[in-house]
Design a binder for this molecule. Structure first.
Ligand code: NAD
Length: 409
């Protein structure tokens, strides 16, 4: 299994080969400023006491408070959280929002918890972390398996402990608890804006076929948005497996199907496909929207997509990147492609701090302007340095972080 943090450092080294940065800066950017590990005791519904491990990694705050989601997953560990925190620092810089990078997690399979247990573990994470959080210190958000409801419990727990009533310490909250319009769909919608800005440079036709791995918050919204805009989603999957329907999937109907049956399998007119085979389908656009390390040295050569939009964090290993680059398959990197989520999270934080509530139209217009502008910056950098979009996005982000840290480049 690839260690995601080693992958992240290897991406940094690949970018450094294209444009050199001061050695001291690279040293600083290769280690988090702070790592916090806590134990979270939870009295389960049957009276047993379970103790879970929770994390927060505060990677870099040169450009603003640490910012990043909290992941609940049985495989979450400190290496994964560290990698995700590192990518957050670069992500906020690449879209030029005033935030640093952080990430959190708990090693737990939330599907095995009751709602009461889920609430206890979420409040427990906040109690353990409260000292290092705050609207000007560190602002967490949702990630895999964490929802607006969980953010609502967390912001409530934090207010009780700290007395902070701004609600600006957590984003991705329900609207009635200070959440922003547009946050739920922001990562998928942002990915679409990035895609629409870049696709013309890579000759991806309007109406192209799309395959999406992962049918959660990000993948589900992306499916809806791409379909609504004339693209044909021909396959998608979740952790149990996927489905293919060459004449196009009605995403709304699939959502209803999954809600009723608990699985994508059996959707009328479709056939089942494994997650491995899904990544190798012939299509115009492949959107990994699940977890890390999905396209590796082992399967990259079999990828037949013409263009890849990384909505998940870290789905392609550095070795696979080299293979895809050699195959001339453009990859829009996660730190740009999925930055819509943190951008609208930042809008939420700004609204909370100024006691404002912006309309969905305002939110989406601001999101579109930022992502289109910064996508062009990354594209132009790739052209001028004759490199791929990942390396150019890293370089744009690194230049901004280095300058905030006082380095003269
Ligand atoms: P989610 O929990 O809502 O959905 C994850 C989806 O992936 C689910 O459908 C799950 O069944 C599926 N999945 C899990 N393991 C899988 C596997 N092995 N193969 C195929 N599918 C699998 O999470 P999400 O918020 O949609 O996050 C998805 C990815 O997007 C993550 O990498 C996350 O870090 C990234 N991301 C999320 C946001 C956000 O705003 N939520 C922002 C930026 C990046």
């Amino acid at each position: 299994m690839n260690n995601p943090f080693e992958n992240a450092l290897s991406q940094l080294a690949r970018a450094q080969k294209v444009q050199a940065f001061p050695e001291q800066f690279l040293k600083q950017l290769s280690v988090p400023m702070r790592e916090v590990r806590i134990s979270i005791p939870v009295v389960m519904d049957d009276g047993r006491l379970e103790v879970y491990e929770g994390y927060r990694v505060q990677f870099n705050n040169a450009r603003g408070p640490y910012k990043g989601g909290i992941r609940y997953h049985q495989n979450a560990d400190i290496h994964e959280v560290k990698a995700l925190a590192f990518w957050m620092a670069l992500k906020c810089a690449v879209v030029n929002i005033p935030m640093g990078g952080g990430k959190g997690g708990i090693t737990v399979d939330p599907k095995k918890l009751s709602k009461t247990e889920l609430e206890k573990i979420s409040r427990g994470w906040v109690r353990g972390m409260a000292d290092v959080l705050g609207p000007k210190k560190d602002v967490p958000a949702p990630d895999v398996n964490t929802t607006p409801e969980i953010m609502g419990w967390m912001v409530d727990e934090f207010a009780k402990i700290s007395g902070d009533t701004t609600r600006a310490t957590f984003t991705g909250k329900p609207i009635e608890l200070g959440g922003s319009e547009g946050r739920g769909a922001a990562t998928g919608l942002g990915g679409y804006y990035v895609f629409e800005t870049l696709r013309e440079f890579y000759s991806v036709p309007n109406g192209a076929t799309v395959v999406i791995q992962g049918f959660g918050n990000v993948g589900g919204h992306a499916g809806e948005i791409f379909s609504k805009n004339g693209y044909k989603v021909i396959a998608t999957s979740d952790s149990k497996g996927g489905i293919v329907k060459e004449d196009g999937i009605d995403i709304g109907a699939l959502e209803a199907w999954k809600k009723e049956h608990g699985t994508l399998s059996g959707f009328p007119g479709s056939r089942d496909i494994s997650n491995e085979a899904l990544l190798e389908l012939l299509c115009d656009v492949l959107i990994p929207a699940a977890l890390e390390n999905q396209i590796t040295a082992e399967n990259a050569d079999r990828v037949q997509a013409k263009f890849i939009l990384e909505l998940a964090n870290g789905p392609i290993t550095p070795e696979a990147d080299e293979i895809l680059f050699a195959k001339h398959i453009p990859v829009v990197p996660d730190i740009l492609a999925n930055a819509g989520g943190v951008t609208v999270s930042t809008f939420e934080w700004q609204q909370n701090l100024s006691s404002e509530h912006w309309s969905e139209e305002d939110v989406n217009t601001k999101l579109k302007n930022i992502l289109m502008r910064e996508s062009r910056v990354v594209h132009e950098k790739a052209v001028s340095l004759k490199t791929d979009l990942r390396r150019s996005a890293f370089i744009v982000a690194m230049e901004r972080i280095a300058s905030a840290m006082g380095y003269t480049l």
